[in-house]
Design a protein around this ligand. Structure first.
Ligand SMILES: Cc1cc2nc3c(=O)[nH]c(=O)nc-3n(C[C@H](O)[C@H](O)[C@H](O)COP(=O)(O)OP(=O)(O)OC[C@H]3O[C@@H](n4cnc5c(N)ncnc54)[C@H](O)[C@@H]3O)c2cc1C
Length: 364
């Protein structure tokens, strides 16, 4: 797969063989093919993608591809750690036949994911408490007391903002585990990201994929055509006409005004899809958030692992440091498997297999 993917990038004009042979900076780019966790983080965690691109004089097509890629990890090129980017490039492009394409659920998450998951867990007598914000967290003897309930083990799997909040509100961690308290309360959030979903009275051209990466003019990173992806959205459009679209910005520039996000989304959307001109928005839903983890420079050293210094307390989420290269949802799932396995191991139970792309790059 890696060799074929690299060759196909040349074929689509992302780089040229001539560049590869002649450009001295280009040779430094072999680091992109040399992922090996400790070595790459030691060498590149302090370097941003922007600095790397300037240094190696990255061709414009590759700059564009990696800028989009960097933003997909919720960071603009001047912030993202080059080590995280090499890890991601290794994990997605050099180990996966389809690069950033993957299978997706074909209907609303409630029906396709959450209900089946709840039913499955119900068979094992588990309890799921929704709308139950963790407001207090401490340990007494061998047990955790979380919102007045007692537990033998705990896995904190909230997003980075929520996790900081949980730890910050806990006198137990502050007094009994000050190092852990400091490590966790210093976790860094990324820039703001935003999602605008619109229900409109017109549709865009046929023949395009239902998920499209756009080169953000200012903020628009991708457009998802919901009615060509999800059954319930398709039904809505059959009944009402028009289309349902979701516009994403994974990294809203720090100085971009909050009040202008909605209109800027629509402006860029119209620019990429001029056939939509004159459309009317029937419904819309805007979210602007800042709870995603930062994959910025110099964060690797202090990034926490699934195992913590607090006995029987574990961490899971896309912000947890892993032994194998994985990002986003895959990292969240993998870290959860690590955390669960640590508990299974203590209880003498069979551990789950953790699948991974190769741990080392082609030229490592
Ligand atoms: C717009 C967008 C598009 C994305 N697209 C992709 C994609 O195409 N592919 C991909 O792999 N990933 C994608 N991601 C990233 C993906 O959503 C995350 O990596 C993934 O959801 C992380 O899972 P998680 O379980 O670690 O955390 P989350 O899904 O963030 O869940 C954390 C939960 O913790 C809860 N919480 C916070 N504080 C508390 C508290 N005090 N008490 C109780 N609960 C709390 C939150 O409410 C939340 O439900 C995307 C993200 C966004 C925002």
């Amino acid at each position: 797969v890696p060799v074929l993917n690299i060759l196909s990038m040349a074929k689509t004009g992302i780089y040229s063989y001539k560049d590869a042979m002649l450009n001295p900076g280009f040779r430094k780019m072999t680091s992109l093919l040399s992922y090996e966790r400790e070595k790459i983080f030691a060498k590149f965690d302090a370097v941003s993608f922007k600095d790397f691109a300037d240094d190696v004089k990255l061709p414009p097509e590759m700059q564009l591809m990696f800028t989009t890629f960097s933003r997909a990890f919720f960071a603009e090129p001047q912030y993202i750690s080059m080590a995280e980017l090499i890890k991601s490039f290794h994990s997605y492009f050099l180990s996966n036949d389809l690069g950033l394409l993957y299978d997706v659920l074909n209907d609303d998450f409630e029906d396709t994911l959450w209900k089946p998951a709840k039913n499955y867990l119900g068979k094992y007598k588990s309890t799921i408490s929704l709308d139950s914000k963790i407001t207090s967290f401490k340990k007494e003897g061998n047990q955790f007391i979380i919102n007045d309930e007692r537990f033998d083990y705990a896995i904190i799997a909230s997003d980075v903002k929520g996790t900081k909040n949980i730890i910050q509100n806990s006198d137990y961690f502050r007094k009994e585990h000050p190092d852990f308290y400091n490590q966790m309360t210093n976790l860094k959030q990324s820039q703001r990201y935003s999602v605008l979903r619109i229900w409109i009275d017109k549709d865009i051209r046929q023949g395009v994929p239902f998920f499209i990466f756009t080169d953000a003019l200012k903020i628009l990173d991708s457009v998802t055509i919901y009615h060509r992806m999800e059954k319930s959205s398709e039904e809505w459009v059959k009944k009402n006409g028009g289309g349902i679209f979701e516009l994403h910005s994974y990294a809203v520039p720090d100085d971009f005004p909050h009040d202008e996000i909605r209109n800027q989304f629509l402006k860029e959307y119209e620019e990429y899809f001029p056939e939509i001109k004159g459309y009317k928005v029937k419904y819309e839903y805007l979210q602007v958030k800042d709870d995603f983890t930062a994959f910025h420079t110099n964060l690797y050293k202090t990034r926490p692992t699934a195992k913590t210094q607090v006995e029987n307390l574990f961490l899971a989420g896309d912000w947890v440091k892993l032994e194998n290269p994985a990002m986003l949802m895959e990292a969240a799932t993998t870290s959860a498997l690590y955390a669960a396995n640590l508990i299974f191991n203590k209880e003498g139970l069979k551990e789950e297999t953790i699948l991974s792309v190769p741990l080392r790059g082609l030229l490592a």
